[in-house]
Design a protein around this ligand. Sequence first.
Ligand code: SF4
Length: 159
Amino acid sequence: MILVSACLLNHPVRYKGDGNPCPLLLELLAKGKGEEIFPFCPEVSGGLPTPRPPAEIKGGTGADVLQLKAKVVNKEGQDVTAAFIDGAQKCAQLCMEKGITVAILKQRSPSCGSKAIYDGTFSSKIIAGQGVTAALLTSIGIKVYGEDDLTPELLEKLL
Ligand code: SF4
């Protein structure tokens, strides 16, 4: 089983209240592979509402947030670090319980980004680094891909 960012399967969990569908993943669902895919949204599981103000990591990356060296702050200036860490921990726990070793997560999200995230200035600038959940999953040995890594060949190998 593979864990997938719920928004990539068009679940309406993004901060704007919509989804961010990935055609390759939707195709898998249409082919009846739904039982091998576990949708999860760490921000909603961490207790944040939908819709919600957008948030970015300030002063570092997801790994820094987990070490309490950086914070996640929303566009209204509220510190939402605790909810992001809670969602990441719930995601890691679920992967361990279900024996999930691979995740496909939404690139650039402060939770789910696997290689790139926004820089914390809400100016669309991107920096290298992982979101909070991607960093925690990586630290416990889960292989994390972004939707931008996906090819039909890779998906066939993973499922
Ligand atoms: S936290 Fe992850 S799953 Fe949830 S909306 Fe953001 S990118 Fe999608």
